[in-house]
Design a protein around this ligand. Structure first.
Ligand SMILES: NC(=O)C1=CN([C@@H]2O[C@H](COP(=O)(O)OP(=O)(O)OC[C@H]3O[C@@H](n4cnc5c(N)ncnc54)[C@H](OP(=O)(O)O)[C@@H]3O)[C@@H](O)[C@H]2O)C=CC1
Ligand SMILES: Nc1nc(=O)c2c([nH]1)NC[C@@H]1CN(c3ccc(C(=O)N[C@@H](CCC(=O)O)C(=O)O)cc3)C=[N+]21
Length: 389
């Protein structure tokens, strides 16, 4: 293979296959929805930025928001026969697409901001997201800062309960209860990991099902797994992985996807969500023998193990698509915060083999945060009767 050329998949206009944004909210939100596309387009024209991409048609596989579950329905024949522009495994002169998660997240935030503005004008309220942060892990503090900034950008009210690492479990439970009862809060996220002396399951179970924007509640996970069921919320990282693939024009149906990791935060919900998109899923975990034999057979590899450089170039089939969820802080005294982030994938090797790959940072992370905002908006819409399910 010759040297890999690298293209950045960025703004909508330059995307090879501007797959319609699997967009939020839309159809069932009368009143709110009707004004949305025109207003957003007008604003973006004014700002000289891009137009929103087309919404998915009814009956196709919507991912985000209330229309989520029809991903079980077979896609229209025409769509399924459309060859992917970068069919994984195809023999071609190699150009690797670097999938730009920052840009995709920015698009999503633009749409959310518009919906929030309309919600405010129609019902006089904005969505609210509450985060419970225990301890002072630098990476957790950084993610929470990103969440707060994201909220500010789209007009979502953000609340933070910051507790010391040596606080009691009851104090954390009290914060959760307060947010459960606060009508201005529509989503609650308890930042993980919690300190070791705390019972994570007990604390997460205390979050009201209707405010479980992380999608960790057993009913949400169970409904994600069951055909014909509708979870209220789906894990933000899982949604981010699918959104990145769809936005990059990668056909999912019938593809062999390997997910590395089986946690409730990423691996498990991602493998379940992928099945709703008719992929064949292999799951690799810490006890899997010879994982590289499985990834080498895969059209798409999604890694969420939390292990730097786990996935080497030799683990990938030529032309595979790589989604690197791993976000691993590595000590680095030369960096401002004393650490830098690496993914699970050895990027320098993988970029030579893959047809498309997400970087770390700037790949899955920003889209995960955008999905958290989307879940919070959906939750508020349910409360204010703007969703009919
Ligand atoms: N970018 C983003 O938006 C997000 C990034 N993350 C990042 O994703 C990574 C995973 O997060 P999370 O799921 O919460 O982590 P967990 O530690 O909860 O889960 C890790 C999973 O990976 C598996 N695993 C660990 N080591 C190996 C290995 N050597 N080979 C194969 N599988 C392995 C584990 O297997 P087993 O079950 O057998 O123990 C487990 O299922 C982290 O780096 C995290 O920071 C997380 C959320 C969002
Ligand atoms: N209850 C809970 N829900 C979570 O979803 C959850 C959690 N706890 N605990 C930790 C993991 C990790 N996670 C990330 C989210 C965004 C970025 C992100 O935005 N990353 C940026 C860089 C961030 C930075 O520079 O610090 C990027 O990759 O470009 C990363 C990681 C969510 N998690």
């Amino acid at each position: 293979m010759g040297g890999a050329a690298v293209a950045v998949l960025a703004a909508a206009g330059t995307r090879r296959n501007p797959a319609p944004l699997a967009f939020l909210l839309s159809r069932v939100v009368r009143g709110l929805h009707e004004a949305s596309p025109a207003t957003a387009a007008a604003e973006e024209d004014k700002a000289g930025t891009r137009r929103p991409r087309q919404r998915r048609r009814s009956g196709s596989s919507l991912l985000l928001g209330p229309d989520f579950p029809d991903t079980w329905d077979p896609p229209p024949i025409a769509a399924s026969q459309t060859p992917s522009p970068r069919d994984a495994g195809a023999d071609y002169d190699h150009t690797t697409t670097i999938i730009d998660g920052k840009s995709i997240a920015e698009d999503i935030r633009l749409h959310i901001a518009e919906e929030v503005r309309q919600m405010k004008s129609v019902v006089g309220h904005v969505p609210g997201l509450a985060v419970v942060l225990v301890g002072d892990r630098r990476d957790s503090e950084s993610y929470v800062r990103h969440k707060t900034k994201g909220c500010e950008e789209v007009g979502i009210k953000s609340l933070l309960a910051k507790l010391p690492g040596n606080c009691t479990e009851d104090e954390v439970m009290d914060s959760v209860s307060r947010f459960n009862e606060d009508p201005s809060v529509h989503g609650i996220l308890v930042q993980l990991p919690l300190p070791q002396h705390m019972d994570e399951e007990k604390i997460l179970s205390a979050i009201s099902l209707e405010k479980d924007v992380d999608g960790f509640h057993p009913l949400n996970v169970g409904n994600l797994a069951l055909r014909s069921r509708k979870p209220l919320f789906v894990s933000c990282a899982a949604k981010a992985c699918i959104e990145l693939l769809l936005q990059s024009g990668i056909e999912l149906m019938g593809k062999h996807v390997t997910v590395i990791g089986r946690s409730k935060v990423v691996g498990l919900p991602t493998s379940l969500l992928l099945q709703r998109h008719h992929t064949t899923v292999s799951v690799i975990h810490a006890f899997t023998a010879n994982p590289e034999a499985i990834t080498r057979e895969s059209d798409i590899v999604i890694s969420a193990a939390g292990v730097s450089n786990l996935v080497r170039g030799s683990w990938l089939k030529q032309g595979a698509v790589v989604i690197d969820v791993g976000t691993n802080p590595i000590e680095d005294p030369t960096s401002d915060y004393g650490y830098r982030l690496t993914g699970d994938v050895c990027f320098e090797e993988a970029v030579k083999v893959a047809s498309a790959i997400t970087p770390v940072p700037g790949g899955v992370g920003p889209v995960t945060i955008a999905m958290l905002l989307a879940n919070t908006l959906d939750s508020a819409k349910r409360v204010y009767g703007l969703i009919s399910d």
